[in-house]
Design a protein around this ligand. Structure first.
Ligand code: HEC
Length: 153
């Protein structure tokens, strides 16, 4: 919106320049605890949280897995070369420079990969499904300090 107001073309969320901007913002918030309050006087906020929660626990894809199947029930187990992490803290360290990507990328790109792993259709980046999922996961990380940007393989 700011770019458009200044006569520039808007950038899609997937553009690495947006990820770089998010990296700057994450860095400037480092050490501050995540503090998401669901406003009581706005039922849309609670509805978004509930939808995110439902999405997180819903099974999908050819493998019929939910996010929780891997990131709650199978935490600590190995999936090929990777050890499954708990969802707690999953949103605090973005954006991430991944060696696999060769560039910095955003959280919804990682969500997409988790959908591919279970052979499920992936919602578009910044779709309401993924935004609500991010809201739910961010609330789950309340109290954990922001520590982005970071690096993953
Ligand atoms: C088949 C198991 C599996 C399922 C189901 C799955 N993931 Fe993942 N996910 C992984 C693996 C493996 C990794 C990389 C290792 C790790 O950090 O846990 C990962 C990593 C992540 C990361 C990055 C963690 C980090 O520290 O960088 C996020 C965020 C994430 N998953 C979210 C989700 C969400 C949200 C869902 C549901 C839409 C989901 N995952 C479903 C296997 C899975």
């Amino acid at each position: 919106e700011c770019r458009e107001a200044n006569g520039e073309a808007s950038l899609p969320y997937s553009d690495s320049r947006i990820a770089e901007l998010l990296a700057y913002m994450a860095e400037s918030s480092r050490g501050k605890p995540v503090s998401i309050a669901i406003p009581e006087n706005d039922p849309r906020a609670l509805a978004a949280y509930e939808e995110g929660k439902r999405y997180y626990y819903q099974r999908r894809g050819q493998l019929n897995f939910a996010c929780a199947t891997c990131h709650v029930q199978n935490v600590g187990k190995q999936l090929r070369s990777e050890i499954l992490s708990p969802s707690l803290g999953h949103t605090t360290h973005w954006p991430v420079y991944r060696l696999k990507w060769g560039e910095i990328g955003n959280l919804h790109r990682r969500f997409a990969e988790c959908h591919e792993q279970i052979r499920a259709p992936k919602p578009a980046e910044q779709s309401s499904e993924l935004r609500h999922l991010e809201y739910f996961l961010s609330f789950m990380s309340n109290g954990i300090p922001v520590n982005g940007p970071s690096t993953r393989k």
